[in-house]
Design a protein. Structure first.
Length: 269
């Protein structure tokens, strides 16, 4: 679930990316080294950084408490997951291709009898084929070759691969004021730093949070505070309204083989 800390972390990451578009090992947009972090700066550390020409950017929640804005129904939203392992059936043969990433559910049904395997770390298509073939071989003849096997005499052969999907449910929504403060050693670096951050934020009206939900980011104002020019401190605040959801998360199993009734007839799929 997402909370205030997740919002602050995402905003700090977005600000850092705006100041270092070529990555942390590249040059910053304003030129001097930049520190981006959550919370209020330590006065002594800030003075030391400013004296050496460093820029500090802090991410801090405003004084106002979060405001509830819940207005959506509490329903589960699932994300579709696509298997990286593929399976095909040709007559009495089953073949596996692709990548056997962990957590995929492999099923082969032979004349109504299912054989199931969930992939593990370091699996390969050949290992998956060998595992399923070993299960089938308990009661039937199986010819294994690489990532394929053949079951002589099989009349009804079906193979599928599914992946469990992640789902989230929004249980509350709220708005929070976040203050992004640029602490700079000169007016020029203050202006360049604030402009780079505000432009990047304007281009990202929605930001991703740790639980895969999206937060709405809206600029609400700011201020330039230069009361301490003699101490080489030039400051600009940027205020943003962030609306985000509190969510629950779960993993929902996918159906491999199932049964249903149609016109009073029993159908297995």
């Amino acid at each position: 679930m997402a909370d205030q800390s997740d919002v602050e972390i995402s905003i700090a990451s977005l600000a850092a990316a705006a100041l270092y578009p070529d990555g942390p090992n590249g040059l910053s947009v304003p030129g001097p080294p930049c520190r981006v972090y959550r919370g209020w700066p330590n006065p002594a550390a800030l003075d030391a950084d400013l004296a050496q020409g460093r820029i500090n950017v802090t991410i801090f929640a405003g004084n106002a408490a979060p405001r509830p804005t819940t207005r959506f129904s509490e329903e589960w939203l699932s994300a579709t997951s696509v298997p990286t392992l593929q399976v095909s059936v040709s007559n009495t043969s089953v073949s596996f291709t692709g990548s056997a990433e962990p957590g995929q559910l492999v099923g082969v049904r032979v004349d109504g009898q299912p054989y199931i395997y969930r992939t593990q770390a370091n699996d390969t298509p050949a290992l998956v084929a060998a595992t399923i073939a070993a299960q089938v071989r308990v009661i039937r003849i199986v010819h294994l070759q690489g990532s394929s096997f053949d079951i002589p005499g099989a009349n009804n052969l079906l193979a599928r691969i599914v992946v469990d999907c992640s789902a989230i449910q929004e249980i509350r929504r709220q708005r929070l004021v976040i203050r992004v403060t640029c602490w700079c050693p000169s007016p020029a670096t203050r202006d360049t730093t604030a402009t780079a951050i505000d432009t990047a934020f304007a281009m990202a009206p929605f930001i991703s949070l740790a639980d895969s939900s999206q937060a709405r980011l809206t600029f609400t104002g700011g201020a330039i505070l230069d009361q301490s020019e003699n101490a080489s401190l030039y400051r600009r605040d940027l205020h943003y309204d962030v609306e985000y959801a509190t969510t629950l998360a779960q993993t929902q199993p996918a159906m491999l083989f199932g049964a249903l009734g149609l016109n009073a007839s029993h159908i297995t799929a």
